[in-house]
Design a protein around this ligand. Sequence first.
Ligand code: SF4
Length: 417
Amino acid sequence: MNEYDSARLAAILELNGASPAFKPEKADIILVNTCSVRAKAEESAIARIWDLKKLKTENKGLKIGVLGCMAKNRGESLLKDLPFLDFILPPDEYQKLPEILFQKTEPAPQTPFAKLTNKYSAFIAIQSGCNMRCAYCIVPYVRGREQYREPSSILKEIESATVAGVSEIVLLGQTVNGYRYKGLSFAELLKQVASIKGVERIRFVSPHPIHYTSELLALLMSEKKIAPHVHLPAQSGSNSVLKKMKRQYTREAYLSIAEALRSFNPLYGITTDIICGYPGETEEEFKETLSLLQEARFDGAFMFAYSPREGTPSASEKELITEEEKKSRLQRVIDLQHSITLERAKLMLGRQERILLEKLSRRNSSEWIGKTGNFKKVIIPAQPSFKEGMYVDCVIEGLKGHTLQARTSTFNFGCTI
Ligand code: SF4
């Protein structure tokens, strides 16, 4: 979401006559777009902002602004703590940017579309905010309640992206599959996106388990342009912990979604987020998370030791688990998940896949990096015809760590994902 917002802010700046400076030393405007989801993210942003202070002595006209969730979360106190800042601007006030920077009092002629950051894929925000109130999460406090973007503006932005050569569309929202607009459901929006000429692969992030309707599941199984991968945060495998987290689903409900997707396609990519050592989590409850990993066979996971986020309900809960124990649980989850990720990657060996080329490998310029529909990273030897955003048919013939290695195939399977 922040990458999308940064791209949108870049589009606003360009619309007002600014052009990109490729080094902070050359810039007259520096906007730091921040994340508040973990305390560590805020600390890193503050350290980065302090580094910019010296540029103000070299360029007296330089304006530095802090945007994003930290601007909302810390508010005016940021201006006191970082007195060299010119302004702060939270996510719900970005329309004020032209006025602050360019003294423009009239609204922009049209809502600018996000500036594309690459040639093949576009992030398109369809929803912002979150109505969920998970007990450990700061997002609803900094991003506010859910707001859904008008379908016509979403479809227009996607059409512009495809005209610029983009073929992969990633729909974004805090609980993206909860999208609705005057009777139009998320599944119906997906259908409209799939009908746009030039759209070849559709992804969406991050869905919430409670919004997996039967209508959505049926569409995921029938619409070939929707990539067979989902990042579906589970957080815990224990019903009692899920209840304390206020996640609003049970382990069984979560697993039933995974089962539906995998019974349709055993290679359906499912990745997740896991929190270890939530306040009060017992060894038994933690073992239920390990067993969830075993049962769901995730293709990958972002795994974290719980850290309290000030301002959230769970931050006031007494923590009985030591930092050492949290780290040890995290390591156990990581070790187990790594072995499952490897097993899942091995299932791809020998398969014919269509990958989307993303970039030339930085480590080895004779190799390209691409992604399969089920979101596996693939390395493939370069060919003169290769270019960013091209779809290539290949055969998976090896593994390097968890990364698939492939060779091009002359076989054309006539599918788009
Ligand atoms: S669903 Fe829960 S974890 Fe996700 S953004 Fe909303 S409150 Fe946070």
